[in-house]
Design a protein around this ligand. Structure first.
Ligand SMILES: C[S@@+](CC[C@H](N)C(=O)[O-])C[C@H]1O[C@@H](n2cnc3c(N)ncnc32)[C@H](O)[C@@H]1O
Length: 293
């Protein structure tokens, strides 16, 4: 049975949802460690859902900066207003004023009420930050340095960044969405594709809200018991811990687009654990545990 709902249970900037809704892997307004843009195609192929359009999308994410953006994704009117503000600020600042623009907007403090201006401010700051998970001011764990906009390396960005990404996302046809703070709070149903991109245990921590391994496994078991297709990404396979009926596949070689960055740079394994046999296998890089028959 084709699932009805997409659950992106550790949403971050929801790369899997962006790929599903925009019809191809699509950059979020800023980059964030652990982004799955490069693995979105592989994840959907593993699930056998390459051209799937869910009726509903449900997210869980504790970080205030990401939550602001997730609210705006399906809100085309507000997102376009935010994009227009990014154009106004970025072009007025010109190249020489980009650092001052970043510092001024960041100094306004943590994300406030959900308005087009706050969406634009949070995105404009994060898109100009050399990020582990964004700036401390926005709930990230690091002070976050300004990312120069001049074309000295391949991370250069346009003056009105991230206007273009916002306009692409605003132009997509979004189903209804719901946003929770914690993956454990989402009502468990049986007709979902429930994808959890857990913080990789023992590597980068995103903050005090990070879920523990036993809780993560418990969440996966609950969704599986309800009958949903369950999939989780981690640096290691989780199938042996979960037991009978779970498969693990390394999709490290199936990444598309830019190379990995941040805490996971150099990490060559990218494990997906799922409660069904994978519908596709990336070359020979497949290991099967638990439910192998
Ligand atoms: C590897 S990142 C996800 C990146 C995401 N797949 C993307 O493409 O942007 C893990 C995310 O899980 C979030 N997280 C941590 N604890 C959580 C919890 N209890 N419930 C939901 N999300 C949580 C972190 O804030 C972080 O954004």
């Amino acid at each position: 049975m084709t699932p009805r709902i997409l659950i992106e249970g550790c949403a971050g900037l929801a790369s899997l949802s962006l790929a599903v809704v925009c019809g191809r892997p699509t950059d979020a307004p800023w980059s964030r460690p652990g982004s799955k843009t490069g693995y979105a195609r592989a994840l959907l192929r593993l699930a056998g859902l390459s051209r799937w359009r869910p009726d509903e999308i449900v997210w869980a994410e504790p970080s205030a900066d990401c939550r602001m953006m997730l609210q705006a994704y399906p809100d085309a009117e507000r997102l376009r207003l935010a994009a227009a503000l990014c154009r106004e600020w970025g072009t007025a600042a010109r190249e020489e004023g980009q650092r001052e623009l970043w510092a001024r907007l960041k100094a306004e403090g943590p994300p406030g009420e959900y308005t087009a201006r706050e969406v634009a401010r949070v995105a404009a700051v994060q898109a100009r930050t050399v990020s582990q998970a964004g700036t401390e001011a926005f709930g990230g764990r690091f002070p976050g340095n300004w990312k120069p906009n001049v074309d000295r390396d391949k991370q250069a960005y346009p003056l009105d960044h991230p206007r273009r990404q916002m306009e692409v996302i605003a132009g997509a046809r979004w189903p209804s969405t719901r946003l929770y703070r914690d993956a454990r709070e989402i009502e468990v149903v049986g007709d979902a594709f429930a994808y959890f991109d857990w913080p990789y245990f023992g590597t980068l921590s995103y903050g005090p809200g990070d879920i523990t391994r036993p809780d993560a496994l418990e969440v996966m078991r609950r969704w599986s018991a309800a009958g949903s297709l369950v999939m989780a990404s981690e640096a290691v396979p989780l199938a042996e811990e979960l037991g009978e009926g779970w498969w693990a596949v390394d999709i490290g070689t199936a990444r598309t687009g830019a190379a990995r960055s941040g805490a996971n740079r150099g990490c060559v394994t990218e494990w997906v654990t799922m409660n069904r046999p994978p519908a596709w296998r990336p070359g020979e890089q497949v290991g099967i545990f638990g439910g192998a028959r």
